[in-house]
Structures are given as C-alpha cells and as structure tokens.
Design a protein around this ligand. Structure first.
Ligand code: ADP
Length: 386
C-alpha cells in the first residue's frame, strides 16, 4: 500500500505532549514527569518509535504501559505507526525517581503522622475474627473510591490477610523502586498487604518488633500519593499491631466492627477500649451480619441476635467519655460474600441491595467528614477526656 507522501510527520513536541497524558499505572503520574521516556524518534513517513524506561525489569505493568503509550501516540495527527521499546532504569535513575517521589526528602517518616497531613486514617478493629471486619473495610474503601476519594488500604491482619482477594488484587505484588514500594490497586483503591510479602499462603510468624517494622514500612515506604482516606485492617483483638498503629499514626481513629451477638459485642468493646490507653478517638461502630432477610417473606431472621452494635457503641461512649455512634447495620447477604470471593465489592456490583446500601451509607459518613479534622474538636462531640 502506498504511503501518503503529502502527509506531514508529527512533531516531537506533539508526541511528547501525548506521552504526558500517559500515567504510570502504579505511580499514577505522567511517565514524562517520572523520567520514564528514554527517547522519541519520528521517521519522515510518520512512524514513531518511543523508548520507555521501566522502573524495574520484569515490571508487571509492562504490557499496560506499552498499550497506553501506543494508544496515546497513535492519536497524534500524522502518526502512521507506533513502536514501543522497553528498557530498564539504572540504579541511579531509580534513586532519582525515589527521591523525587518523596519530594526530595531523604528521611522516611510516616506522612500520615505529620501535622500537615490531610489524610484521614481509620483503623478497623474487631474483637473476634470472622465478624466481617475485612469485608467492611474493603467495601467502604471501594465505596469511597467510587465517590471520587483517593483511598488506600493497609491489610495488617497478619493472620487473616484477605483484603487483596476481596478487592481484586490477589496475586499482584507491589513493585519496588529503590526503597519505595508501589502498591497495586483495584477498584480505585491502593492496597498493601502483609500477604504480598510472604510466599504463597504461608502464615506470618512475625513477632512484635518485626510487625512494627513491617507496619512502619507500609506507612512510610509505600508510595501512597496524596490520599484522602487510609484504612487499616487490623488483626482481631488487642494486639501489638494496634499499639504500633497508635505510635506510628497517633491521629488514626478507630472503627469497631462487631456482630449483634452478645459475646462478640463484649470482645469488640474490649478491643475498642484500647483507645483509652492509646489516647485515640473511636469514630464509631459498625454492626455486621445484622439479620438475614428471609428469602421467602419480608421478615428478618436475627441469626446472631440483636442490639450488639448499639451495646458496643454505648459501652465505648461510657468508657471513653466521648460520644461513639453506631454508624450502620449491615444485613447478611449472599451477594456480599460472593463479591468478596470474586474481588468485586458488593457496593460496586449491587450498590442498591440492602447490604450494599448500608455499607455505602457508612462510607458516606466516614468519607464525607472534612479532611484533616482528626484530633480537633468537631464541635459536635465532647472531646475524649484523655
Ligand atoms: P474478618 O475480617 O472479621 O475475619 P471477613 O470479612 O473475612 O471477617 O468475613 C468472614 C466471612 O463472612 C467471609 O467469608 C465474608 O465473605 C463473610 N461475610 C462477612 N460479612 C457478611 C455479610 N454481611 N453477609 C454475608 N457474608 C458476610
């Protein structure tokens, strides 16, 4: 086929402008800002060859980057073909990138603990395992992201790290650029999990100091970017991790998840009351598995009893001296469980079903609060006397 010889080849400026619209899938910033464009060559017939530096060899995102670059350059007027060649950054380039991502700061501090941080940090805690703490975390994260907030989740549940599966990042490992870790993301939520650093399904047998170090890395070395909300899925109970979080991010607020059952509520209250020792604020309680809508009639079947969430909220209000509200009650719903298994949160797949709607309402309450008000009086609730 004859080429159109009258066609004008595109300018390098136009091709670079198109490349500036391509974001690195993990860092979420234009590849032109990240020093990832190695070269641009334009032939007289309009064929463009772009060489792109990957941050690491074997980058899991190589195909995504190639197709994004191809698509963007193809759209430039006069381009007749695009060839993308991949190279890998040198150590020096990676160091420069890591330094620029850190805003030139050499010291690794937990950005969320800085007084200037505008990110709201919520630790999701429960007394017992299996009450739906991770399901609640994942769904409120996905609902907030769907509402346009920038959201991250740290899966610090060392024994039951299930967040990647529930959010759809299962099997994806973070990419490391020097000492910065790029979290995978799915459904608009960035995720880092302790399970991403252990081989296969091996249990984590770390003890206090190692856990503290891991958590510090998750908070300081992971490139979260500018988040509106960070959720931490804590292990059940009142363990070392809860204390570490309080030390690393003192302004983190606690969200307690319980079932309506008396026994579960008692343990949940105990877990929540750790806030008294750590001087943290409890943002509220979510009751999960609050009844099963009968498939044959409109009646609710109270599988786990009733009232546990309110009891925990009242108990914690008394213990802490600050008003702890019940933020919502989530019914048992097969769609929620199925969504968790498939990595598709129910708030996205079936937002109007009772469980989806209840979870979205909780997300709305937590996400709708103004940024950066942690530790300040909202004028609505008495301040924690500690
Ligand atoms: P935890 O994090 O407290 O250990 P999970 O979130 O892993 O609990 O939930 C335990 C199990 O219960 C999962 O299989 C989850 O899909 C299911 N589950 C949680 N909440 C509900 C609900 N409201 N309806 C149906 N299944 C639920």
């Amino acid at each position: 086929m004859a080429t159109d010889t009258y066609r004008t080849a595109p300018t390098e400026e136009a091709v670079r402008a198109a490349l500036a619209t391509v974001n690195d899938p993990e860092i979420n910033r234009p590849i032109t800002d990240l020093g990832m464009v190695k070269s641009v060559e334009i032939a007289a017939d309009g064929a463009v060859a772009v060489a792109v530096y990957l941050t690491v060899s074997g980058c899991p995102m190589r195909e995504t980057i190639t197709s994004r670059v191809t698509e963007a350059v193809q759209g430039v007027e006069g381009v007749t073909g695009v060839q993308v060649e991949l190279d890998v950054m040198s150590d020096e380039q990676r160091r420069e990138l890591a330094a620029s991502l850190r805003g030139g700061q050499a010291e690794r501090e937990v950005p969320f603990a800085q007084p200037s941080s505008l990110t709201r940090v919520y630790c999701v805690a429960s007394g017992k395992g299996g009450v739906g703490k991770s399901s609640v975390t994942v769904n409120i994260a996905a609902a907030m992201a769907a509402d346009g907030l920038k959201v991250g989740v740290v899966d610090a549940d060392i024994y039951g790290h299930s967040v990647p599966r529930m959010l759809g990042t299962e099997g994806r490992r973070p990419t490391q650029v020097e000492d910065m870790i790029m979290p995978p993301s799915a459904n608009g939520v960035k995720v880092i999990s302790i399970g991403m650093f252990t081989p296969g399904n091996a249990p984590v047998v770390w003890r206090g100091p190692m856990l503290h170090r891991a958590l510090q890395q998750f908070l300081a070395d992971v490139y979260w970017g500018d988040l509106d909300v960070l959720l931490l899925d804590l292990p059940p109970g009142t363990g070392d991790i809860a204390i570490s979080v309080a030390q690393l991010v003192p302004n983190a607020e606690i969200l307690v998840v319980t079932t309506p059952q008396q026994a579960a509520a008692e343990v949940a209250e105990r877990a929540g009351s750790i806030a008294v020792q750590t001087h943290q604020k409890i943002v509220g309680v979510v009751e999960n598995m609050s009844g099963l809508p009968c498939p044959h009639c409109d009646e609710m079947v109270d599988v786990f009893g009733t009232g546990g969430g309110q009891r925990v909220a009242d108990g914690l209000t008394q213990t802490t001296g600050a008003q702890v509200p019940l933020l919502g009650s989530i019914p048992i719903d097969v769609r929620l469980r199925e969504g968790s298994d498939e990595g598709k949160p129910v708030v996205l797949t079936d937002p109007e079903c009772p469980a989806g709607a209840a979870l979205r309402a909780v997300a709305g309450k937590l996400g709708g609060r103004q940024r950066g008000l942690q530790g300040m009086s909202l004028g609505l609730t008495p301040r924690n006397k500690f």
